[in-house]
Design a protein around this ligand. Structure first.
Ligand code: ZN
Length: 394
């Protein structure tokens, strides 16, 4: 099916003006003023007046098979629902295990990633978990990178956290080197997503690896940098090496009372500190557990991270912190796609995948979502179908 979206304000994420976008063969075929098509009966024409056309969101940390479990087995969180991702405008995601790589397995992560992809999204995965030595599907990080297509990196390896394996500088250097070489041989960037805890060490392990070994700061992709203000300012120093900073969008009132800074506020801070916008991303950390501790440190239950937090923090960045729309949008589209080597994603550009969202230009609400030229959400109504729904309807 060929689709022509007319009269829409296009953010690529850079603003391209009000124009028409032609979609064919699952890709963006043309971006121009007043595109005319000769045989309109073969073209699905959509009027995008009053809407922003933007790339679908790229979420680089989602616990697609569930996470948590840190308060016992009954605190394991549920897996991601496809329809939650669609309604949240997320069209590309990277799945990860977390603390638990014993009852949560990489084979399950692979299966869920393939299932989400078969249902219309683009889903990739990190091999490994918080743990070091890294658990892999094949014999090594390199082999996982080379032989397993959805594996595009390693993670989230935990540092500065009591829940991690307390890796040494040499161990972390080895993981980064294996991810890089595996990535070189398979045409991937091979990033190592680093879960940064609230330990005093902050990012010092990453600095030591870069100083002592032939490893570039850009091989690492540290997340949860907005966990507290001290870690945020440590992030500014890491960014000076060219390093990337990922801010976690999902939070709750308990975490914020304990020092968590909203991703939107953290973005505002980092930009004011002179960190280049193209080194900053947001991820949702969806389906991860958000523990509710009281002032005495007693656990009073859990929330589950939401994939919709990505869009919420985009809106908050613009409406509450006055950050330019295209700058905030790049943090959940072009930047994460580039950092993880998904060059067909996160951009509205001729030849790129037609993974798109239409937003209401006033409210910034998500009204329609498309992947590979097919609508999964149209004018607020979910049009995506899974095998289960098809069977129920027939
Ligand atoms: Zn984490």
């Amino acid at each position: 099916m060929i689709t022509l979206i007319k009269n829409t304000k296009v953010y690529s994420p850079a603003y391209l003006g009000e124009c028409d976008v032609l979609i064919s063969g699952g890709r963006i075929a043309a971006i121009d003023n007043n595109i005319q098509v000769p045989h309109e009966q073969y073209v699905n024409v959509v009027d995008g007046k009053g809407q922003y056309l933007i790339p679908g969101f790229v979420d680089t940390l989602v616990h697609i098979t569930g996470g948590g479990g840190e308060g016992g087995f009954n605190t394991r969180t549920p897996e991601l629902d496809l329809f939650d991702a669609i309604k949240a405008g997320v069209t590309t995601m990277i799945g990860a295990l977390g603390t638990d790589a014993s009852t949560r397995l990489l084979g399950d992560l692979y299966g869920k990633a393939k299932a989400l992809s078969a249902d219309g999204l683009s889903c990739y995965m990190y091999t490994g978990s918080y743990e070091v030595p890294v658990k892999t599907l094949m014999d090594s990080v390199r082999d996982d990178m080379i032989f397993i297509d959805p594996v595009i990196g390693v993670g989230e390896v935990a540092i500065a956290d009591s829940r991690g394996s307390q890796p040494s500088v040499a161990e972390l250097a080895r993981i980064a080197a294996d991810a890089r070489v595996g990535g070189m041989l398979s045409g991937k960037t091979g990033v190592v997503m680093i879960h940064v805890g609230d330990g005093e060490d902050k990012l010092s392990l990453l600095h030591q690896v870069c100083e002592q070994y032939e490893v570039s700061a850009t091989q690492f992709y540290p997340t949860h940098i907005n966990r507290n203000r001290d870690l945020l300012s440590a992030g500014v120093e890491f960014a000076k090496l060219g390093g990337y900073l990922d801010l976690t969008a999902s939070t709750n009132e308990y975490l914020m009372a304990a020092g968590d800074v909203r991703a939107s506020e953290a973005l505002d801070y980092l930009l004011r500190q002179g960190v280049p916008g193209n080194q900053i991303t947001f991820s949702s950390d969806a389906q991860g557990s958000l523990p509710n501790f009281d002032a005495k440190g007693e656990l009073h239950g859990l929330d589950v991270g939401l994939i919709s937090s990505l869009h919420e923090e985009l809106v908050r960045s613009v409406k509450q912190y006055d950050i330019e729309f295209s700058t905030a949008l790049a943090c959940i589209t072009e930047n994460p796609a580039r950092i993880t080597g998904l060059y067909q994603k996160g951009k509205i550009k001729v030849g790129c995948d037609a993974d798109l969202c239409l937003l209401n230009a006033n409210t910034l609400d998500i009204e329609s979502v498309m992947t590979a030229g097919n609508w999964l959400l149209k004018d607020g109504v979910v049009t995506a179908k899974t095998k289960f729904i098809e069977r129920a309807e027939s």
